[in-house]
Write a protein that binds this ligand. Structure first.
Ligand SMILES: [Zn+2]
Length: 299
């Protein structure tokens, strides 16, 4: 059976919880073999239950008994009999107060990054603006994009155009990193690999697989598409699927960031009016163009 990225991440979290709980149970069984621990622990639990039945706070005497139990565990060289959860916030449930916890989001991000091949990201704090042809402009642009990462995403589509090697991919790697560090779920993909999934989805006869292949583009909280226009164009696939992704995300107000060697005029010619008008939509899009020489050639 094929599983979604969320299910895969949940499995990792569940596994952590089982391990923590099982370790605690095993420790308790081991500790119970020691008569001193057993006696102290039984006394402690009796008192604790009695106090909570009477609605009282834990007394000093009960706390002292608990400390004695813990001391005995150390003497015996046995670990804690309470589950030691990896995530203290949610106790390895992946959900807290009805929302996804940062621990499961981190796992989703890890899976997405591994799948997309964008394993290494960049950091806004480490950008050396001197390498750019137009350092002042770039500093302002990076600053604007960093602010966007901390916004409520009223502008939910960002289109960054510019020639090869002007630093577009570097910029979106900084953005993805910033967003991940702030608990967002980010899918950063090359247009080429996204298009490969479009083709697979188009060709698949399995309905589950068909939608699963598109799910990470349609539903992911924040999607980055790098180098739009470099994919192989196929009739019945490229335009329809790309429009579906951009349009559906706009409708759901899910942020999308696109980089491309093509400018907005080229986009209209290369794809079609529907796609370019969704990208240009001034009310909810930010379009920027980076000018400059190829940094890779400059080196
Ligand atoms: Zn958690």
């Amino acid at each position: 059976m094929k599983t979604t990225i969320l299910e895969r991440a949940q499995k990792i979290i569940d596994q952590r919880r089982y391990t923590a709980e099982n370790t605690a149970i095993n420790n308790k069984v081991k500790a119970y073999e020691d008569p001193i621990f057993k006696e102290r622990y039984q006394k402690y639990t009796q008192r604790m239950i009695e106090e909570s039945r009477l609605g009282q706070d834990e007394s000093e005497a009960t706390k002292a008994l608990k400390a004695l139990c813990e001391k005995r565990l150390v003497e015996l060289g046995i670990g804690s009999i309470e589950p030691q959860f990896y995530c203290k916030k949610c106790g390895d449930l992946g959900i807290k107060n009805g929302r996804y916890c940062s621990c499961i989001k981190a796992e989703i991000n890890k899976i997405l990054r591994k799948e997309s091949g964008f394993d290494k990201l960049c950091d806004f704090n480490e950008v050396n603006f001197k390498v750019f042809d137009n350092p002042e402009y770039m500093e302002k642009l990076y600053d604007k994009m960093k602010k966007w990462c901390h916004s409520k995403f009223e502008k939910n589509l960002i289109f960054i155009s510019g020639g090869t090697g002007v630093g577009k991919t570097y910029l979106i790697k900084c953005m993805a990193n910033e967003l991940i560090n702030n608990d967002h779920v980010v899918n950063l993909v090359s247009s080429f690999s996204m298009h490969q999934d479009f083709v697979k989805s188009f060709a698949s006869r399995d309905l589950d697989e068909k939608s699963l292949l598109l799910d990470k583009y349609l539903s992911c909280e924040i999607l980055f598409i790098d180098d739009l226009g470099t994919e192989m164009r196929l009739p019945n696939v490229t335009l329809n699927y790309l429009y579906q992704v951009i349009n559906e995300r706009k409708m759901k107000r899910l942020p999308t960031v696109i980089t491309s060697n093509l400018d907005l005029y080229d986009i209209k010619d290369y794809y079609d009016e529907r796609i370019s008008s969704r990208i240009i939509d001034t009310a909810s899009s930010i379009c920027v163009c980076i000018k400059g020489k190829d940094l890779r050639l400059k080196k």
